[in-house]
Design a protein around this ligand. Structure first.
Ligand code: PEP
Length: 254
C-alpha cells in the first residue's frame, strides 16, 4: 500500500536556531493535531540534519530528509555529502533531481540514475523530482519530457527497487511562483506517470509508488490537490517554512 507523504523542502533557508524553532513547532503541532497517518518529512539543509534529528527523537509521524547527495560512497569530493553520511545523521529520505539542482548545478537524468541506485543501496529513500518548464507545457510536450525523465532516471531499476522510490511531479512553472497546477492538471500528469510505470513494469508495481505533487501548494489548495486519486501528497517549498501553514497542509489528509 503506498503511503501519503508531505515533505517540506526548506532549501537554503533557516539558521540553526531558526530551523530548530520551526522543526519544534511542526513536530508539536503534528503530534497534537494531525489525525491522519501521512508521513511528514522535514528536509533542512545538510548542516542542520543532526540538530533537527535530535528534536524529532522517536516521533513516529515525523521523519528527516536531505536535499541532495553525491553518487559515491566517500572520497576526494570536496564540499559533497554521501548517502551513508546522511543515514548516519538520521535521514531516511533524500530529494534528488530538484529542478533547482537541474537548472543551477547541471544535474542530468543520467547522473540522477547513478545517485538513485546508490541511495537505494544505502537504504535511503530517494524522492525523485521530475517536471516540465513553462515553454514545454505551452508546446504541449510535457508528457514526452516527463516520461523521458522517469525512464532515464528510474527504468534501470528492478521492480523491487523502483517501489522504494518516491516520485515528486513538480512543474517548474509552479515552483515558488504562486501559480499552482490545477487539481485536474496534477491528476492528469500523476496518472500519466503511473501508467507509464505500469507499462514498463506492471500495475501492481505502479500502484505501490507514492507520487507527490510540488508547486505552490498552500493550506488553501492542498485538500483539493491531495484528494485526486493519483496524488499521494506534496513536496512543499515556501509554505514549509511556516509551521502553521505546513501543519495545515498535512491536515488536508484528515
Ligand atoms: C519546491 O521547491 O519543491 C516547491 C514545490 O516549492 P514551492 O512550494 O515554494 O513552490
Amino acid at each position: 500500500m503506498r503511503k501519503n507523504i508531505v515533505a517540506g523542502n526548506w532549501k537554503m533557508n533557516c539558521t540553526l536556531p531558526e530551523g530548530k524553532k520551526l522543526a519544534s513547532e511542526v513536530i508539536h503541532m503534528v503530534e497534537d493535531e494531525v489525525k491522519n497517518d501521512a508521513q511528514v518529512i522535514l528536509i533542512p539543509p545538510f548542516i542542520h540534519l543532526t540538530g533537527i534529528h535530535s528534536l524529532i527523537g522517536s516521533s513516529n509521524k515525523v521523519l528527516l530528509g536531505a536535499q541532495n547527495c553525491h553518487q559515491s560512497q566517500s572520497g576526494a569530493f570536496t564540499g559533497e555529502v554521501s548517502a551513508a553520511m546522511l543515514v548516519s545523521s538520521g535521514a531516511t529520505h533524500v530529494i534528488l533531481g530538484h529542478s533547482e539542482r537541474r537548472e543551477y548545478f547541471g544535474e542530468t537524468d543520467e547522473l540522477l540514475a547513478e545517485k538513485i541506485k546508490f541511495t537505494l543501496e544505502n537504504n535511503l529513500t530517494p524522492i525523485f523530482c521530475c517536471g516540465e518548464k513553462l515553454e514545454v507545457r505551452e508546446a504541449n510536450d510535457h508528457e514526452r519530457l516527463v516520461s523521458l525523465q522517469v525512464e532515464k532516471a528510474l527504468f534501470n531499476l528492478s521492480s523491487e527497487d523502483i517501489i522504494k522510490v518516491v516520485i515528486a511531479y513538480e512543474p517548474v512553472w509552479a515552483i515558488g511562483t504562486g501559480v499552482t497546477a490545477s487539481a485536474e492538471q496534477a491528476q492528469e500528469m500523476h496518472a500519466f506517470i503511473r501508467n507509464h510505470i505500469a507499462l514498463k513494469y506492471d500495475q501492481e508495481v505502479a500502484a505501490e509508488i507514492s507520487i507527490l505533487y510540488g508547486g505552490s501548494v498552500k493550506p488553501e489548495n492542498a485538500k483539493e490537490i491531495f484528494s485526486q486519486p493519483d496524488v499521494d501528497g506534496g513536496l512543499i517549498g515556501g509554505a514549509s517554512l511556516k509551521s502553521r501553514d505546513f501543519t495545515n497542509i498535512v491536515k488536508a489528509f484528515d
